[in-house]
Write a protein that binds this ligand. Structure first.
Ligand code: FE2
Length: 378
């Protein structure tokens, strides 16, 4: 297909798409201490300070810090008092993802389309204004206590959104680590809840199921899970949905559900164009990663064929490689970024491959089980 044919195909797909998404706008985390969490994402992951909201900006019940690296925006929010739904969220789940915000052209229409199709509203279309323009946001519930916000910022020129003020720290601007954008966000749901959630993404949000893995694909000697990958029309937004499967021992999804106290976001995958450089920088800043056995690299080339990278730094950093029909990918998973074994991050570099590293599942999950066993949760 030539370039104009692809462009035409994309235009016609957009026309049919009742929920055209321009990508992830931001990810908001509810945390016990937003000031310190923001510092962690800046000092460990290389995000830059961009905006702050709190009592000084007229927001009385919370403090929020927005940090950014390329197209990745994270918001760290904490409650200022106990009689507060954010405090309840943290009491129940610990630190975790509350909002997966998606960028749209028309937040009002998207809210109408999704609620008409059965989406449960958590935020009616709301216009926010300040001297930089107008921003419209709306939202619906997804799995657990997690929500999707729809953000329309085409008439807004400020750093983040009304209610926030620009935040920069002249004494601290960490070096960026090459993280570019959200590649995908994985949700963990309960027993028999994967298919209902897949149906929600299909019917309410117009997503398609682009890949499925059953417990034969994703199982080790001990534990298993099932997964279906949901993608929006243009492929900019992908949400794999996992549920536990029966195994000899406890599935990693069950461990998550136990400690998160319900369904929630399990990992956010962040893309880079140079995974060796990015992971080296993150490791040097103290980010901890899962380590597969060294034997993983002994037959790497037999499994994935020729790749551009030298094997030595991949082995040294524990970076995993997998190939599909379209190309290959390199990936690595952090340990959980809070004390509960819940949310973690994936670092991914795609070289043609659009899949999710199926060939690495076994090695990876065995590494994960070792950690699970050390916590006494296998
Ligand atoms: Fe992933």
């Amino acid at each position: 297909m030539n370039t104009s044919a692809i462009a035409e195909k994309n235009i016609s797909e957009t026309k049919l798409d009742f929920l055209p998404l321009e990508g992830t706008d931001y990810v908001e985390f509810y945390v016990g201490n937003a000031k310190q969490a923001a510092h962690f994402y800046m000092s460990a992951f290389g995000f830059q300070a961009i905006a702050y909201a709190g009592p000084e900006t007229g927001v009385k019940d919370r403090a929020s810090y927005a940090v950014r690296q390329n197209k990745l925006t994270f918001v760290l929010t904490t409650p200022l008092r106990t009689d507060n739904s954010i405090a309840d969220h943290i009491y129940k789940h610990g630190d975790g993802v509350k909002v997966l915000a998606l960028k749209v052209q028309d937040a009002t229409r998207v809210w109408q389309e999704t609620t008409k199709r059965g989406g449960k509203s958590c935020l009616e279309p709301t216009n926010l204004k300040d001297e930089y323009g107008e921003l419209v946001m709306s939202g619906i519930h997804t799995y657990g206590d997690t929500v999707h916000y729809f953000i329309e910022r085409k008439n807004y020129k400020g750093a983040f959104m009304p209610g926030y003020r620009t935040w920069d720290n002249p004494y601290f601007s960490p070096d960026e680590t090459g993280l570019l954008y959200v590649d995908h966000c994985v949700g963990n749901v309960g027993w028999n809840q994967m298919n209902p959630r897949v149906k929600f993404y299909e019917e309410v949000m117009g997503f398609r199921n682009i890949l499925s893995f059953d417990d034969n694909d994703i199982s080790t000697e001990y534990s298993a899970l099932m997964s279906k990958v949901m993608s929006n029309g243009n492929g900019f937004v992908k949400f794999p949905i996992n549920e536990p499967a029966e195994g000899k021992k406890k599935s990693q999804v069950e461990e998550y559900l136990d400690f998160y106290n319900g369904e929630g976001c399990k990992h956010v995958a962040m893309a880079t164009n140079d995974i060796v450089k990015t992971v080296t920088a993150l490791r040097n800043s103290g980010v901890e990663f899962l380590k597969v056995p060294d034997s993983y690299y002994d037959d790497l080339f037999d499994r994935v064929g020729k790749i551009d990278e030298d094997i030595a730094p991949l082995r040294e950093l524990g970076i995993l490689v997998d190939r599909d029909e379209e190309g290959y990918l390199l990936q690595l998973f952090s340990k959980p970024v809070e004390d509960r074994p819940t949310l973690f991050f994936e670092i991914i570099q795609r070289k043609g491959a659009r899949s999710f590293g199926k060939g690495n599942f076994k090695a990876l999950f065995e590494a994960l089980e070792k950690e699970q066993e050390a916590r006494g949760n296998l």
